[in-house]
Design a protein around this ligand. Structure first.
Ligand SMILES: [Zn+2]
Length: 280
């Protein structure tokens, strides 16, 4: 699993009026899991939410970043992941205090929140109820409730131990007849998710072309990656926002201000002089 084979293909099925995204995000996800020192269910959920956010960002033409946030009553309180349409992704998990890893850990019932971002600006947010039915079914439900779009999707970590996903989604205005046909073709597929997702993206593309009996026209391809986007400038503006008094009192207590990025765990340390300069 050491070699970085991450890739994605985005395209359309012209006849059926569907779009699709196929991806292998293993290295990008492993990087997030490693930085947050996650394991078990927490790592599993974060992986799925990262792929889900890429699905939502990759299914539209706009250069938006999409975040998915799960907030639940379970042992895992919150999972948050961001991706843009190029699969540049990051994420984090908040666990209940005293969290002990167990097979039953989940985020349970709660809310499923999707936010679209244009840079730092929040463009749109939609919230649906999260049920303890698994991430995929909550994602499908969210897409249907908020955009009235029908999708088919698989997120799979399979026997190759690689995180892969594929989503097929009806474009807005697709005739019901086309959607029904697609549903039939998917229900005729007699392979398991593991079997469907085996191999590299080209192999999966070829397999799906034969199952769906239609050309999958690739419009865009690339390589997902772990990407945070934090910077010293952003950290400085956070310090400015806490105010001069507060910043000085931290300096007095600790001799410096240290902020660790929540997403990539990178530490930023500012000494008293640097902090003073922020308030000049
Ligand atoms: Zn960061």
């Amino acid at each position: 699993m050491s070699e970085n084979q991450d890739s994605y293909l985005i395209g359309i099925l012209e006849k059926s009026n569907f779009r699709f995204l196929l991806t292998d995000c293993t290295s990008a996800i492993s990087e997030a899991v490693r930085r947050h020192e996650l394991e078990g269910k927490a790592a599993f959920l974060l992986s799925k939410v990262m792929i889900g956010s890429f699905f939502l960002a990759g299914m539209v033409k706009e250069e938006n970043t999409v975040s998915i946030q799960l907030e639940g009553e379970g042992d895992i309180r919150s999972v948050l992941a961001y991706s843009d349409r190029y699969g540049r992704m990051r994420g984090m998990v908040r666990k209940k205090e005293g969290f002990v890893e167990s097979p039953a850990n989940s985020s349970g019932k709660g809310i499923f929140r999707v936010t679209r971002w244009g840079g730092e600006r929040r463009l749109h947010q939609s919230v649906t109820k999260m049920e303890p039915t698994g991430f995929e079914s909550n994602l499908l439900n969210h897409i249907y409730e908020s955009d009235q779009l029908i999708s088919f999707l698989i997120i799979n970590s399979g026997p190759e131990n690689r995180w892969k996903g594929m989503i097929f989604q009806a474009l807005p205005g697709t005739e019901q007849k086309r959607i029904d046909e697609m549903m039939d073709r998917f229900s005729d597929v007699d392979l398991s998710a593991d079997q469907l997702m085996e191999g590299d993206m080209e192999t999966i593309l070829f397999r799906m072309t034969s199952f769906l009996k239609e050309d999958l026209k690739v419009l865009d391809s690339g390589k997902p990656e772990f990407y945070c986007g934090c910077s010293l400038e952003k950290i400085q503006s956070v310090i400015r926002s806490i105010g001069k008094e507060e910043a000085r009192s931290i300096i007095e207590e600790q001799g410096k201000i240290e902020i660790v990025c929540e997403f990539c765990r990178k530490p930023y340390v500012l000494d008293p002089e640097e902090v003073n300069l922020l308030f000049m």
